[in-house]
Each structure stands twice: as structure tokens, then as C-alpha cells.
Design a binder for this molecule. Sequence first.
Ligand code: PHE
Length: 335
Amino acid sequence: MHELLDSALARIESAASAEELEAVRVEVLGRKGVLQALSKDMGKLSPEERAARGKLINTAKQALETAYESCKAVFENAALARRLESEWLDLTVPSPGPRPGSLHPITQIQWEIEDLFRSLGFSVLDGPEVETEYYNFDALNIPKDHPARDMQDTFWLEGGHLLRTHTSPVQVRGMEKLGPPLRMIAPGRVFRNESVDASHEHTFYQLEGMMIDRNVSVGNLIYFMKTLLTAIFKREVAVRLRPGFFPFVEPGFELDIQCLICGGTGCPVCKQSGWVELLPCGLINPHVLRASGIDPGEWNGFAFGLGLTRLVMMRYAIDDIRWLQSGDLRFLQQF
Ligand code: PHE
């Protein structure tokens, strides 16, 4: 009997899991268990023997139950500890909150240039992206049969409208609305039916500028263009001025900057030339002033059309224009 009880105790204590422990409990302490079997033939014993056997069984039962309870507690504690570990949550960690976005690099530079020109007394104007033929071409001295129309591959819309091919129509709107003297810029989106490659997009950004006053000279124009470029690049950039033809300026210039992507050695962005056309400009053609009711005998001025998209590419050394409208977060998160 002592051996039976000892081995029952050993089995309880060596149970490897809560399930195994439960199985041992049923076997040892259950209705068909060992203790029950030992109590079975008690009736045949003498009263003294019975009393001694009963005492023994009770002591054994208590010992087994105590052993069982303490083993059970060990398994329960372990299970609880595992749960606490896996479900642990630190409620004091500050929430990361919504991830802040950032301004598109074109918007950033646009706002910078707006600030600069506002400080120089210029107004910032806006114009429609769907324009009329008159504002986009005719009022700018580009009549219907003029070859200059072919320089800008136009998206024509039904009803004689078009997607503006440049921001220059805002010059005309500005002159009509504000009259001389006038200092204005007009940033915005323009559209051309280009085949898209590393340096051409059908949709890009320009920033138009116009100043009308008395006795405006090419010297004034160059001064403003240099102020603009120094503010943008915050360093010396090599520039060159070439004659350039635009029907709405006379004389007209192409202001090129040395390519900042390749440093002038040639790359896809500068079409291997080392130079990038950035700032076409010139003195306003008298026809343009006259078309907007301004007397060219009294007033003159300059105009420029900064390639904002190209400028952004130069400043951040972006080697493919298609990144800008890609919506790719890997690109956008860098700004
Ligand atoms: N609008 C012209 C273009 O997009 C650029 C330009 C603007 C040239 C103003 C001269 C003066 O090609």
C-alpha cells in the first residue's frame, strides 16, 4: 500500500502538462482510483485494522490532494505568465499620429520664387488652364498662320478652346486687369502634346514674369534675372544669353544655365549639350502692349517665362522629369 501511494505521488509530481496532471488525478483520486480500490475491502477488516487503514487512507488522500493542488497551481501560473507576456501592451507609448505629408518640390520652389518677387513689388496672378486661342496666341502676336504656333504642340479642345501651352496668356490678362505700371508673376501648369521622355512631359510648370514701366531696359531685365537665379541656386551658376525668337518679345533671348546634373559634360537632361534652356525672356513687343490697350510710346517692359519644372530638376539633380508627376512616395518623401 505504501508503494502504491508513493508511486501515485511520483506520477502527480512528474506530470508534464496540465492535461497530463488531470489524467493522473482521475486515475488516483477519481471514483475508480487507487484510493477507492484500497477502501473497497475495508468491511472484511477487524475494527482496529479498519481504523488504522482509514487513517492511513485519509492521510494519503490529503497528501495526494495537496501535491495535486500545488502542481496545478504551477501549471496555471505558467499559463497566466505566458498570456501576460503575449498580450502585453504598453498604453503609455505616445501614438505616432497621422504621418505628415510634405509639399511637392515644384510647390516649394514656386512659393520661394513668389516670396522673392513679392518682396520686389510684384503681384502673383493666376490664369485658367483652359484658355482661348486669343489669349494663348493672338494677343501675344502669334496669329493663326504664324509658324511660331507650330513650336508649341497644342492640345486643342472642342469649341475653339485649348490647354494653355505656356503661362504667357496671363501676361495679357494681367495687362487688361491691372494696366501699367505693372509688376506681375504667374506660376502655373501648362500642357503640350509632347512625346514623353527623360526631359519632356505633356504637363509641366512655368513661371511667367512681366514688368511694365517707363524706360525699362535690357539692363533691368538682366538684373532681375540674375537676382532670380542667385536666390534660387544660392551660388554662382554659369549662364549664357543667346538671341531667341518669341513673337511677343523684341529683342528676345534664351538664357541658358550650365547643366547642374552633369556639370556641363553632357547628359540626357541637357540633351548632351551641357546647357539647359531655363529662362526665355526679352523686351515686350510693342504689338503686345498695343493689343492690350497700352501705349508703347509711353510704356515698355520685359517678360520672362521660367521653366519651373526644369528649374526644380536642376536644383535637386533630378535626372528624369517623369518622377515629378509619378506620385511615387519613394520620390516624394525625399522633399
Ligand atoms: N512663353 C514662352 C514659352 O513657353 C516663353 C517666354 C515667356 C519667352 C516670356 C519670352 C517671354 O516658350
